[in-house]
Design a protein around this ligand. Sequence first.
Ligand SMILES: [Zn+2]
Length: 465
Amino acid sequence: MTFTIQDVLIAADDAYTTVDVQVVDGKIAAIAPDLEVIGTAFNGTNKLLLPGFFNAHTHSSEMWQRGIMSAFPLELWLAELYDFAPLDTEKVYLSALGTAVETLLSGGTSVVDHLVLIPELELETIATAVRAYKEVGIRAFIAPLIQDESMTAGIPSGESAKTHEPYFRSTSATLAIIEEATRQFHRPDEGVYILVAPTGIQLCTDALFEGCIELSDRYNLCRHSHLLETKAQEKLAQEKYGCTAVEHLKRIGYLSDRTTLAHCVWLNDADIDIMAETQSTVVHNPLSNLRLGSGIAPILKYRQAGVNVTFGCDGASSNDSQDLLEAIKIGSILHNVTDSDYQHWITPQQAVEMASLGGAKGLNLADKLGSLTVGKQADLVLYDLTHLSLLPRTDPIGLLVLGRPHNVVDSAWVNGKQIVANGKVTTINVDELRQELFNRSQWETKRISESVAQIEAHYRTIMGL
Ligand SMILES: [Zn+2]
């Protein structure tokens, strides 16, 4: 955990400079030219050093259904997803490994896993994901996905009042699971964090949100949730609360400077002001928003209002990969078509800062992570600038963000521990992982979802289709 990277390129204001970087006991100890070598020496020549990015919203087990999900909007897509998610803990383990590896090899050193829990095996699911992430060594923010209303409650009812099946697990039992998970697994010093993470207003009661706030305050946990991903959720919030989802979440106290909210597509200007005032963080998931037709989040408005924004891949069934560089690229240039004032467009340098410091801020760790700053933890990524996709030599960050870089991560460290070397994850056997993913799956095509058949007609009516 003590080493020196020599002659490495770093970004300094609008220029680049070549320096040595000393890391002592997992922390950045010095950044300057011609430092003495302490610990292991790494040759940084023709390489770019950046702080690790945050994959600030994903669902690891969706990896099992990537590439096969129908072209559906979220509400129908979720019904199909859950019909074909016969998960066991071994699959949870393998897809967490896969998510970690793909995140690392696209520049991420932290992952926020909004983890789908296997019913009746909730703590086992969490334990399995913790084990996988610890083996890989990526910094893991595990946000067990909880709800206390059944799936049909997530679709607006329209004119007729609808009744829904009660959810199979009580609100208090759900909160007890999160509290127990916190006691067993929340170990910030070891790079494992538990978050409170109700899935969203569409499937959660106030009692669940309030219980999560209480746990968050008691155990100093960050808060996570989906927020207004679809037009249907915007309608549902009006039905459920008579106001916007953001106004309601503010009223019950869920929004804060350690609350990250995935998607945030359907917020109005007053909502955006509330996001700024409460210092909440938006996690931008541009690929899943495109894939599910959810809409384009008003990211440039957030930035102008002073709202912190970072990036996520979202689960691999709605993406259908975990390539953080791809999410950063699309998530930064997508807004050039909706906002004509180019002076507000996101530059590659700003995109990198959003992906690193933006993620750290959202998780209340800006004093420890997210930038190349002496005293911060060494969560670092070294990019090979001699790779074909980063040539010829122009602006390294410009090409990293706007190009189509692949296999360009040479090394990565988390808390000063090297977990990627020479372009390969060194902590687990990735060939074995590939073999396991292959063996436990098969080539298939069209599937028929019974749940979709049950709700599709109602969904189409409600959405005027
Ligand atoms: Zn999600």
